[in-house]
Write a protein that binds this ligand. Structure first.
Ligand SMILES: Nc1ccn([C@@H]2O[C@H](COP(=O)(O)OP(=O)(O)OP(=O)(O)O)[C@@H](O)[C@H]2O)c(=O)n1
Ligand SMILES: C[C@](O)(CO)[C@H](O)COP(=O)(O)O
Length: 229
């Protein structure tokens, strides 16, 4: 089943402490964002990629796309202050589409078979997200004191891509804007509508590069994926 994807690259990467947007950091000499875009560029079920960027980085992005041409990038749009605002701008650039995926530019290791499963699920359930069961014990802490140990069996770490019928996610973003609701992912906006979001189990390789040690981890994942191919 075909889909269109919004790839988000308009953040600042403050927690990475690299002094610049982490999307340009090199993993094995190739920019992080290029690794991510390649996943969709090489997926035969991906129709088009909407790339959301920082306006101030337009020149850098333009030269990156000259060096690494991406046939499927059909639009480059300006991001917003928060991730949710960037998605909102990306959604405005989506033409006619059935299933829309939203993906962090900083997640370069999602696998095609997980994307395909996610898209199939969204086509039936309207909204679906990738995720993995949490591996650690999670406690609620207040004033440096543990107040609760949360039952782990129902806890999942949520990843992207997240997939939606385009009408559903457009409505969810419009309603969130009207209500002043700001979420850390797009599935939560659909939850706010009172609609179900299905979970598709992905894998632990699909990390988001957030802090400096993730770069070392990313090199190791890349090595493992290459050895498996
Ligand atoms: N206003 C924003 C904020 C984030 N993102 C994108 O959303 C993804 C996930 O966000 P996160 O990892 O939090 O990235 P940053 O905002 O760049 O990082 P930080 O919070 O450390 O500054 C990233 O690919 C980032 O580029 C975006 O497009 N627009
Ligand atoms: C959407 C997300 O990737 C889900 O894990 C995440 O919420 C994005 O950014 P965050 O700022 O690290 O929460």
């Amino acid at each position: 089943m075909q889909y269109d994807v919004i790839v988000l690259a308009a953040g600042q990467g403050k927690r990475m402490k690299a002094g610049r947007n982490k999307q340009f950091l090199l993993i094995r000499n190739v920019p992080l964002l290029v690794h991510t875009l390649n996943i969709f560029e090489t997926d035969h079920t991906c129709n088009s990629i909407i790339l959301v960027i920082n306006d101030q980085e337009l020149e850098d992005i333009t030269s990156l796309l000259e060096q690494y041409p991406m046939r499927k990038v059909t639009a480059v749009v300006s991001g917003g202050q928060e991730r949710q605002h960037s998605v909102y701008n990306g959604l405005k650039a989506i033409k006619l589409s059935n299933v829309v995926l939203i993906h962090d530019g900083a997640r370069p290791f999602v696998k095609h078979h997980h994307i395909h499963k996610l898209v199939e699920e969204a086509a039936v359930k309207e909204a679906a997200t990738l995720g993995v069961p949490v591996k650690e014990t999670i406690k609620k802490v207040e004033n440096n004191i543990v107040v609760e140990t949360i039952e782990r069996s129902s806890l999942w770490s949520i990843q992207t891509p997240q997939a939606f019928l385009s009408s559903t996610i457009q409505r969810a973003h419009n309603v969130a804007k009207e209500n002043g609701y700001l979420g850390t992912d797009d599935a939560s906006l659909v939850e706010q509508l009172g609609q179900e979001v299905a979970i598709v189990q992905g894998d632990y390789d699909n990390i988001k590069l957030t802090t400096p040690e993730d770069l070392i981890y990313a090199e190791a994942i890349l090595t493992k994926l290459e050895q498996n191919n």
